[in-house]
Design a protein around this ligand. Sequence first.
Ligand SMILES: [Zn+2]
Length: 225
Amino acid sequence: MDEENKSNLSFMEKLTGIPSENQPAYKEQVKKEEKEQIIKQKKSKNANSRSWYGGSREDWKINEADLKNQVDNYKTLKITKSYRGIAILTISALLGFSLLLSFFGVITDPTTMFWAIIMYLPIIFFVYKGHRWAIILLMTLWTLDKGYQVIGQSGGQVEIMPIIGWFIFTPFFWRALKVENERKRINKLNRVSQVSNQFCSHCGSKIEINSKFCPHCGKNIKIIS
Ligand SMILES: [Zn+2]
């Protein structure tokens, strides 16, 4: 509420003896503010809304709590809840669907699809095992595949569907990669804190990383952490 309205209200309050909350001007002001609030919400909703291909920018993001949950419960989350699980379910469904289409002659032929699936299977396995390189390889193959579909098939004509497909499904792989990146970062931090907490096995003094002799007792160092 702006200053002018406020002073108007307190003046009206004195004049009429009706408390501010019940003044018609106040009620109107509240209504106006509520309306503005709704417009604001609608605007921010539009900013997050689906874009031309049906996805949104939010698809590519993981909020901190979500990332922490993914990392903390990495081994216990169900396949449908963990991002690497969702990634392999997504690629499996896509491959299955492509195989089905190939039987109807919509795309390539079943033999080609069969070999494509054979190639993807070990990658899917290692993605589920949590290997970063496997996710990167999966994303690379997937992108090459879509790129080939865009420019390779229809004799100079650019296809739009593979591009849409890429934008819709790549976030599923991207989020799995982000979880692995975070796990890698945390592992590294843990390793650093371990080596900086080394003690001499003879006298128990705290010692520098990678030192060969203890500066306190002068003996050869066997690391205990
Ligand atoms: Zn020592």
